[in-house]
Structure formats: structure tokens, C-alpha cells
Write a protein that binds this ligand. Sequence first.
Ligand SMILES: Nc1ncnc2c1ncn2[C@@H]1O[C@H](COP(=O)(O)OP(=O)(O)OP(=O)(O)O)[C@@H](O)[C@H]1O
Ligand SMILES: [Mg+2]
Length: 352
Amino acid sequence: MDKRKFKIKTTFIDREQELRLLHNYLEAQPNSILFLYGLKSSGKTTLLYRLCDELAEDKSYEIKFLNLRKIFLDSYEDFLQAFFKTRNDRENGLKVSTKRQYSMFGRMLKGKKEDPFLVMEREFQKLVKKGRKPLIIIDEFHKLSGIYLPEKQKTLITELMNFFVAMTKESHLCHVIIASSDAFFIEEVYNDSKLRKTSAFQNLDYLSYADVKEWLFHTNRYNEVANFSLNENEIELIWETVGGSPWEIQYILERLFEFPLTKIVEKIKRERVAMVADWCFQDETNERKRLMKFFLDHSVQPIQAFDPSQRSILGEAVHDNILFYDPVEGAYGMQGKSLEWGIKEYFLSKFI
Ligand SMILES: Nc1ncnc2c1ncn2[C@@H]1O[C@H](COP(=O)(O)OP(=O)(O)OP(=O)(O)O)[C@@H](O)[C@H]1O
Ligand SMILES: [Mg+2]
């Protein structure tokens, strides 16, 4: 419990159904890797932290949580440091087992020669013998891409994936949840038939309309604010502008102390128009503009709506967080409702 005082706090809204799905995955004997993916800032990391908080009560789980966004990773050595306790952790007196700072593997590697995968497997076997359930959660997993194993031509990501398949589908030793905000990475995994058949994929969408209403009607309860409340029309306006994007909703609430809602909404829309305009302006062929037009009336488009020659421009849009790609659904969509406004108003502009 965070005891610090602020005029507005962040909150956690519902996610009952998504948490139930994660618990369901954990209640079955390990048999697959679970990939959690979804729109930028849809709440993947927050959901995983919540899951860990819920599991903290249950002493049968041994959770190894690694958020790679917090860690500088450039080499295989960095990976070993992140996954295994290192001498430095001890020397610096770092406490790695406090809440939300779950350690990875408790013991140090004996030397560079020792196989880290074997060490991990032995630790799982030991835990399972004691009746414990090991759970590995790695957030921002794609950050490992580009790292190679020493003296081998193999990539670390491929080796880790193979290892996790062996630990889940083959040995049934531990559960593995991998989260990523990188649509390319999820696409790569999904298109790898070996991994697709040994994994489950869960998309985390923005909050539902009902949940957003519940939140915004009770900001005093959820955000511990006393100074304002929102009426039905204001709540509708927020929903119309940013949909169920939790980060953007919180952003609006924080600004309500200083500005009227209409001004905040106008500013968000102007910023999104500028974002679309700037993105289109980088391309002299106007292909980006043509692509944006596709999404003017339908914010989600199935892959078959596009010509293969558009692959690279679609890739650029995903890379720049303009579009989101869902490989499981086989569809491209706008990165959020506020960007839909960006496109609409961009094409309404008298200059276009
Ligand atoms: N269920 C929720 N209720 C309220 N706020 C939430 C909820 N989930 C996430 N948020 C807020 O939304 C913001 C984004 O969440 P988070 O970082 O977990 O998203 P993410 O999907 O992991 O993002 P990224 O794609 O960058 O990895 C955070 O500021 C968080 O406080
Ligand atoms: Mg995240």
C-alpha cells in the first residue's frame, strides 16, 4: 500500500476476466507458453503486477519476474546478470526479493562454462520436488533480440524459446508468461509454426465502456480525489475521445485540476492530428497518407484489405506506433481512439 499523499492517485480498474484467464492458465499443469500482447499502454505490465500481488498469498508459487524495460541489455553477459544473482548484487547489498522485485535465479553461475539453461532446469526440478510451482514472467521479452550466444551463431531469443517449450510442453515443469508491446515480435512468434502450436496467445484490450463508466463516476473512490466529479456528458466525452485507454484517461483526470474538459479534449485531438500530419509528412511518395485514408472509416482492417506491396509501409506504421498489428486476428488497427480522431481531423483539414 502506497502511503504517499497526492491530490490524485493512479488506480487499478477491474480486469476480472483477464485475471481469470491468467489464473486458468496457471491452474492447469504447465503445457504451453502464454504470450500476453496488446495495444501500447493497454495495461499489460500493470495486469502482470496485479497477478503477482494476487499470487503472493499463495505460497505454492515461486515467481520469477523480470521486467526487461528496467534493465539495460546489450550482451549475453547482461542477460546472465539479469537472470542470475551476481556477485555485485551481494556486494551492493541489493535486496532482490522485496515485493515486485522478484529475483530470477537464486544462485550464481559457477563460471562462464556453466550452462545457464541447465541451472534453470535443475532449479525448477528442485522446486517441483518440494511441491512448489515455478512461474517465470518476462515483460518486454523482445528486448533480448539482437543478443547472440557466445561462440555460437544462435540467437538468445531462439534458445530461450526452445528452452521454455521444453520446460512447458515437454517436461511440464514451470509456467511461462511472456509479455511484449512489440507487434513484430508477437508476429514472428505467431508465424513460427513450432511456437504457435506450443503457445497460447492473449490479447489485452483497453478497458470496456462499462468499466470506464464505473471508474469515471467514482473518481473520488478510485483516484482518491475530492475536488471534482464528472457528469454523464463529461464521461461520454472522455470515452468518445480516448475510449478505454487507461493511461490517457488518467492523463485527462490529472489535467482537470487546471483546465476545463473541453480544452483538454481539444488539445489531445490537436496533438493527434499533428502526430498523423508529421508521420505523413516524412514520406514524399504520399503512400503514408494513402494508408491513413484506409483507416478513415474503419479503424480496424483485416490483412486481406491490403496489397502485399504495402507490407513495408504497414510495418513502418506499426513501428512508429501509429498502427497496431494483431497476428492472431490477422488485422491492423489504429493505436487507440484518440488517433482515430487524429486521422479524421487531419483529412478534414483545408490543406489536405
Ligand atoms: N486496469 C487499469 N486501471 C487503471 N489504470 C490502468 C490499468 N491498467 C493500466 N493502467 C494505467 O495505464 C498505464 C499503462 O499501463 P502499463 O504500463 O501496464 O501498459 P502496458 O500495456 O504494459 O504498456 P506498454 O505497451 O508500453 O508495455 C499505467 O500508467 C497504468 O497505471
Ligand atoms: Mg508494459
